[in-house]
Design a protein around this ligand. Structure first.
Ligand code: ZN
Ligand code: ZN
Length: 356
């Protein structure tokens, strides 16, 4: 099989011809048909995450070493199954839930697979789908996506699931038309969040992004108001919109960027009792004044991908007909490095999908 691999951290991916794996036991061999490119792949390629104040967390500290194949948003067709897996799956195409866990610890047994301390995630811990074949350990990670476009289906495995799980944390069904939600960052995740939130809540949607093009698309997808955080009056602008026509302010912020500046902006924007959800992995560190956390009764949550149960709910929601018109850019697998470079330079609107 052909895989685009990290050979040296921080350097362009290289094509490697490897032996195609043979599925054993409950395993399944999938021929990859599409794999989304995720912003977190930039951090994985660099070999570390920025913790701020000069501190980093390396992939090797996570137990991941080169050569390594990324790719955690796969769709593909089952080619072969191990001895203890049903053969009827062969020839069928599925979207793969990549956030695979140990299946033995308490969180795993209670369905919170992404909380597991010993994960075996496809594309971030074990070899992923920047390749023409990938191994899936069990059929329960395969999801039928009939009725959903293949390129959109693959992006559900990370960008869709990440935004869905983050939105569930703010209980959007309990927000009314006078409440506002601020979405910080209108890249692939932010645009998905707008579409999902519209189907899950009546709340006003305010989007903050430095790119005029991203703001324009956010508006087209249904954002009620867009602001440029580089504008000196951006904070007043957010509050004016959130309070106009008896508006009750910002009930929740979703930070899909994850910089010290975006966290500061999100926390300051919240009304009393508001909920800030931190999702983006851009990196850094932010100091928080403690008394206002109590006075203003704020809640801060971290949100990382989503559970197997949430993935099923998301697929069902998308199958029910909600529209996710996220711009998708198809590129050949061999362009994986260039695709990552474009993503890093901020020149991508929507989501890139690699085709082997
Ligand atoms: Zn991802
Ligand atoms: Zn576990």
């Amino acid at each position: 099989m052909r895989s685009m691999q990290i050979i040296n951290w921080g350097e362009p991916l290289e094509l490697r011809e490897l032996e195609t794996p043979v599925p054993k036991g409950a395993e399944i061999l999938v021929r990859v048909e599409a794999c989304g490119v995720c912003h977190s792949d930039l951090h994985i390629r660099s070999g570390f995450f920025n913790l701020g104040k000069g501190n980093t967390f390396s992939m090797e500290e996570r137990g991941v070493f080169t050569p390594f194949t990324m790719g955690h948003e796969p769709v593909g067709t089952v080619i072969a199954t191990g001895q203890s897996c049903d053969e009827y799956l062969v020839g069928k195409s599925f979207v793969i839930y990549p956030w695979i866990s140990c299946e033995k610890c308490e969180p795993c047994l209670n369905g919170f697979t992404q909380v597991c301390d010993t994960p075996k995630i496809i594309g971030t811990r074990v070899h992923g789908a920047y390749s023409d074949y990938v191994i899936v350990p069990n059929k329960k990670y395969l999801f039928d996506y009939s009725g959903i476009d293949m390129n959109l289906a693959c992006t559900l495995a990370c960008s869709g699931l990440t935004t869905f799980s983050a939105l569930r944390k703010i209980k959007p069904e309990f927000l009314g038309a006078r409440d506002s939600v601020l979405i910080i960052g209108a890249g692939g995740l932010g645009l998905t969040a707008i579409c999902l939130l519209k189907s899950m809540s009546k709340a006003r949607i305010i989007v903050s992004d430095i790119s005029e093009e991203h703001r324009h698309i956010a508006k087209e997808l249904g954002a009620n108001h867009c602001i440029d955080p580089g504008d000196d009056k951006s904070s007043e602008n957010v509050q004016a919109f959130a309070h106009h026509a008896s508006g009750t302010g910002i009930a929740a912020t979703l930070d899909l960027v994850g910089l010290p500046e975006t966290m500061k902006f999100g926390l300051l924007a919240l009304r009393k009792g508001g909920h800030h959800v931190h999702i983006g992995l851009f990196g850094g560190a932010h100091t928080i004044s403690l008394p206002p956390l109590a006075f203003r009764m704020l809640k801060i949550s971290g949100s990382y991908v989503g559970s197997l149960i949430e993935f099923k709910e998301l697929i069902d929601l998308v199958k029910s007909g909600i529209k996710l018109p996220i711009p998708i850019i198809e590129r050949p697998l061999m362009d994986a490095s260039a695709a990552l470079d474009d993503l890093e330079s901020g020149n991508v609107t929507g989501r890139i999908v690699l085709k082997p």
